[in-house]
Design a protein around this ligand. Structure first.
Ligand code: AMP
Ligand code: ZN
Length: 471
């Protein structure tokens, strides 16, 4: 498999450190609110990477953290008059629900910063001992210039960074970090302010800096060098650059061999972000749209390309998925007949292997889910033609297994329909209701509206006719 490595800016052949095993670390969300569908992009993309590597026979150790100590969490806790723990525990639980609805597998471990404080203090001590960090008035800073490779991931030159920071003298005073030896230095440990959660440490009662947790927890749960480190592209600098500096300065070995970064989910050409207020939560979207359509939509574009979000584009993804599901339904029905494979079907049977080969070839090319989905559509077209001409139950079973392997096991898009009404069934009932109304049979018309409502379908009578949506 080839993976585009942000570090080398090239696609590289993936070679794991230990044959047959892969250790992946993915930076997880800060848990102060419901996640938005931009946050869901790395979750879905790297869950798909994990599933694909598993499908190729690797044993995958997948670690993804919850950042549960952070200014935003503390702010929210103070606003609501509850503890920071209450906020983070609540939103971890909510995040897990969203992940489950999007069929994102739970990580092997989901470490939490607040539960790893002693290890983080140990890492800071090691960095101080090695001359890579220093303490000033209870704050510990990383001595950025003590790490020669700084900037290698984001391809930034340390001297340019320095000049970019020149105007920061004033800013540093404001942020209370004026005692830094160098504006490039960043915080490893900071003392508490009034009303903030804190832990005891050799330097002050306080809390760890954000970058530190990922360096610490990835080493603890994966160890040594990571095979793959991943996250959204906004994390390249400074977060991942700082993680590398901390980890490599402390351990003297490469931190991660492959760096993968997903591009943004955008809305009207802008990054979807809490701070911009242009976001939709996963909770809101999945209340309106089948979460499997959302997942399919996310995978319809390669992960390194920006993906524009709009209700129309999601609907289009729904229509495309419907074509695959219709084929799946027909295959399932046919497979149930159990009729044996005919001799003349040997040639047709090869289509299952062709699908798997083309699918894997696309995924091997830096997880190209867009091309992988094209291979599925080609397969569906061929199989639909076979179905129209008639096939045995056994052949349908073979096709069904191939389709389910790529769509469900690897892409994580469930094909079986939730117990509810199919679009055509809804349309049929609406037609029946319109006819009942024309015939002035209002009792029947109302009955149908009620029936649809019970199945989660809301009707709206408009001038252009009846419109409907799922609640
Ligand atoms: P945060 O909670 O902001 O640290 O984000 C958690 C993860 O979501 C990180 O990997 C971010 O890079 C990613 N992320 C945030 N916003 C977007 C977006 N609009 N599109 C894609 N990924 C995003
Ligand atoms: Zn991280």
């Amino acid at each position: 498999m080839k993976i585009y490595n942000t570090m080398s800016r090239r696609k590289e052949e993936f070679v794991p450190i230990q044959p047959g095993k892969v250790g992946i670390y993915v930076c997880g969300p800060t848990v102060y609110d419901l996640i938005h569908i931009g946050n869901a992009r790395p979750m879905i993309v790297f869950d798909t990477l994990r599933r694909y590597l598993t499908h190729r026979g690797y044993e995958v150790n997948y670690v993804s953290n919850f950042t549960d100590v952070d200014d935003k969490i503390i702010k929210r806790a103070n606003e609501e008059g509850v503890s920071a723990d209450e906020i983070s525990e609540k939103y971890i639980a909510e995040c897990r629900k969203d992940m489950e609805s999007l069929n994102v597998l739970p990580a092997t471990v989901h470490p939490q910063a607040t539960k790893e404080i002693p290890d983080m203090i140990g890492l800071v001590e090691k960095l101080i001992g090695g001359g890579h960090a220093y303490e000033k008035n209870g704050t510990v800073y990383f001595r950025t210039r003590s790490f020669p490779g700084y900037g290698k991931l984001s391809h930034k030159n340390i001297d340019e960074l320095e000049s970019g920071h020149r105007d920061e003298a004033h800013q540093l005073k404001v942020s209370g970090e004026s005692e830094k030896e160098d504006p490039l230095d960043f915080v490893l440990w900071k003392p508490k302010k009034e009303g903030e959660p804190f832990w005891k440490s050799p330097w002050s009662e306080g809390r760890p800096g954000w970058h530190l947790e990922c360096s610490c927890m990835s080493a603890k749960y994966i160890g040594g060098t990571l095979d793959i480190h991943a996250g959204g592209e906004d994390l390249v600098f400074p977060h991942h650059e700082n993680e590398i500096a901390q980890s490599e300065a402390a351990n003297g070995q490469p931190f991660a061999n492959y760096w993968m970064h997903n591009a943004f989910l955008k809305i009207n050409g802008e990054k979807m972000a809490k701070s911009l207020g242009n976001f939709f939560t996963v909770r809101d979207i999945t209340a309106q749209v089948d979460p499997m359509i959302v997942r399919f939509f996310m995978l319809s574009v390669h992960y390194r390309r920006a993906l524009n979000f709009s209700q129309e584009l999601v609907q289009d993804a729904g229509t495309s998925l419907e074509r695959i599901r219709n084929c799946y339904d027909k295959l399932k029905e046919k497979a149930g007949t159990g009729t044996p494979l005919g001799e003349e079907e040997e040639e047709k049977k090869k289509e299952a292997d062709i699908l798997l080969e083309k699918f894997d070839a696309a995924m091997d090319d830096d997880l190209n889910t867009a091309d992988a989905i094209s291979a599925v559509f080609e397969f569906v077209r061929t199989v639909n033609a076979f179905l129209a001409a008639g096939i045995s139950g056994e052949l349908a079973g073979i096709f069904l297994k191939a389709l389910s392997t790529v769509m469900e096991d690897v892409l994580g898009v469930k094909l079986a329909r939730e117990a509810g009404l199919l679009d055509e069934e809804v349309e049929q009932l609406i037609t029946e209701r319109t006819e009942a109304r024309k015939a002035k049979n209002f009792a029947r018309a109302d009955e149908i509206r009620q029936l649809l409502l019970e199945k989660g379908i809301v009707l709206e009578d408009t001038r252009e006719g009846v419109k409907w949506k799922r609640t």
